[in-house]
Design a protein. Structure first.
Length: 289
């Protein structure tokens, strides 16, 4: 846990070597309800993506099934050719057939086809961070990770990440190949992946928390505590929730998404908030029993 007596490091070395600023940007909110179809005008999405990079974001997190395909296309339209310091992370392993239907697909030939489709949409020869969106329970983990490892050896993937897994699964994955990141649900009110977070700290893996703002669930005692701390810092509750993640662990790299330039600037303002030990203690106490 950090405090004002310890400088907050805003840079994480992905894979131990590739620097990214820890507060990134996620593209899910550029698509419609259920991550299906467009949310609004295409030009507005392009504007927000460009604004994120202009305001210092160096980690863009997307997925092939957001849209589907739409989010990756928007990233390409807005940011290609990519600045040298920009890291693009995308995901494969899930096929969408409607706004509420998800099919986990981890067979080797499927994973290869999805990765190569993302390479074409993103107009790049190598994906910086390719994340397995879900482990397929019907396919041996060794086959799924073996496919990604082969793609890495071919130069099509630089680093491999995993999304939504247990500590035991992460331990097994690490015994099979090199892993650079994990993406699990984690926020002020949901610490269920704390064991996974500790493993990420031990092994130097990035932890990209999804639903970092708890999707509006910060009510009751949590809302009161956030409001009090936010008032002292002249900040919003959302900024304090993001600042807590940045202070909670040096491997946490939240990528909150939004389609609003104003909300984007607000989120990124969390980088400038230095929480005290007292602030952190009060926020830590909000964890459910």
């Amino acid at each position: 846990m950090s405090s004002t007596s310890q400088p907050l490091d805003h840079v994480f070395l992905l894979g131990g070597e590739l620097p990214v600023r820890r507060l990134g940007y996620g593209t899910a909110q550029l698509t419609g309800p259920g991550y299906w179809g467009p949310r609004g005008a295409r030009r507005d999405a392009v504007t927000v993506l460009r604004a994120a990079v202009e305001q210092g974001v160096t980690l863009i997190d997307t997925a092939d099934n957001y849209g589907p395909a739409l989010a990756e296309e928007l990233v390409t339209e807005a940011l290609h050719p990519y600045p040298g310091e920009l890291v693009i992370a995308t995901k494969g392993g899930v096929v969408r057939t409607s706004d509420s239907t998800w099919h986990i697909t981890g067979r080797p030939e499927q994973l290869r086809a999805m990765c190569e489709a993302s390479l074409r949409r993103l107009r790049t020869d190598q994906i910086d961070l390719y994340q397995l969106h879900r482990l397929d329970p019907d396919v041996p983990m060794a086959d799924q990770l073996g496919t990604l490892d082969t793609l890495r050896q071919e130069g099509k993937i630089r680093y491999i990440g995993l999304d939504t897994l247990t500590a035991d699964q992460l331990e097994q994955a690490l015994s099979l190949t090199g892993i650079a990141s994990v993406q699990n649900r984690f926020n002020l009110l949901d610490r269920s992946s704390d064991a996974v977070l500790k493993m990420c700290e031990t092994h130097g893996l990035a932890f990209l928390p999804w639903f970092p703002l708890a999707n509006g669930a910060l009510t009751g005692e949590a809302a009161t505590a956030l409001a009090d701390i936010a008032e002292r810092h002249d900040a919003t509750r959302g900024q304090i929730a993001l600042a807590w993640l940045l202070h909670r662990s040096p491997v946490l790299c939240p990528t909150p998404g939004t389609g609003s330039p104003t909300h984007l600037a607000e989120n990124l303002g969390a980088r400038d908030i230095s929480l005290s030990a007292e602030d952190m203690s009060r926020l830590e106490a909000l964890a459910p029993a």
